[in-house]
Design a protein around this ligand. Structure first.
Ligand code: 3PY
Ligand code: MG
Length: 250
């Protein structure tokens, strides 16, 4: 996944929150570069996410997960199951970033405990090899979506074991407007995300961002993000249904 993100060609991610492994499996067969399972706002439980992991990786795509706020132990469990990346929401202090990294990386970088049952099966690596290579086989994205995070973005990026930042433009818009607005494309958010992208690039780390539509994703790709998500399973399903109904009623 590190090589894919460094390839120079931006990665487009599917974003899944419906509690059914067949949905990410299906999207993994489309031309997405990776598939994210959202367990922060999505309705996906652990067993469903694990089933989805094998199906996504079987399509030759990296499986990624967004964990719930502060549930850093879940990051290790998803890596054990064979996920290739973890996105941690609301990383607002250096301590948050350090704790997240500690569950993502084996010593000496972090304190990830040994037990990669699914990762060994899916990678085909022997245990010793997986231990040696494991820290480089997965990416850790710290979400920047508050004023606090923006204020310490260089320090977050400098934490060993944090591979990049992932911007949450909706929460960022709520934070930057002082709780008065939810507009992920506001001028304030635009300025903040340009700044965050520049800081990540200066630190030699990855910059990723959530986007609600393909059109918005195209703008963000042009800006130089390494990875951009496009819509969500729910949004795609609804858009597809509306398109078909409109055509049928025309
Ligand atoms: C945000 O925009 O706040 C996100 O977390 C994206 O899902
Ligand atoms: Mg958010």
């Amino acid at each position: 996944i590190h090589d894919r993100l460094r390839s120079g060609s931006p990665a487009l991610a599917a974003w899944c929150g419906l509690p059914e492994a067949a949905i990410p499996a299906l999207l993994a067969r489309e031309a997405f570069d990776m598939v994210v399972i959202d367990t922060q706002h999505g309705a996906v439980d652990f067993a469903t996410a694990v089933r989805a992991t094998a199906l996504i990786e079987a399509a030759g795509k990296p499986a990624m997960v967004r964990i719930p706020v502060g549930d850093f132990a879940a990051a290790s469990r998803y890596l054990d199951a064979g996920m290739s990346g973890v996105i941690a929401p609301m990383i607002n202090t250096i301590e948050d970033a350090r704790r997240f990294a500690s569950f993502m990386k084996f010593p000496p970088v972090g304190e990830r405990s040994w037990g990669p049952h699914g990762a060994l099966a899916l990678s085909g690596l022997q245990p010793g090899d997986y231990f040696q290579k494991g820290n480089g086989l997965s990416v850790s994205f710290a979400m920047v979506e508050t004023r606090e995070a923006l204020d310490i973005i260089d320090d977050i990026l400098a934490v060993p074991g944090i591979d990049g930042i992932f911007i949450g433009p909706s929460d960022l818009s709520i934070a930057l407007s002082g709780g008065t607005d939810m507009n992920p494309a506001s001028a304030m958010v635009e300025e903040a995300l340009d700044h965050a992208l520049a800081r990540a690039r200066a630190a030699g780390k990855f910059a990723a961002i959530y986007s609600a539509t393909g059109e918005r994703a195209a703008d963000l790709v042009r800006k130089g993000f390494h990875m951009v998500s496009i819509a969500s399973d729910t949004a795609l399903l609804r858009a597809g249904a509306q398109m078909a109904l409109k055509a049928a009623r025309a």
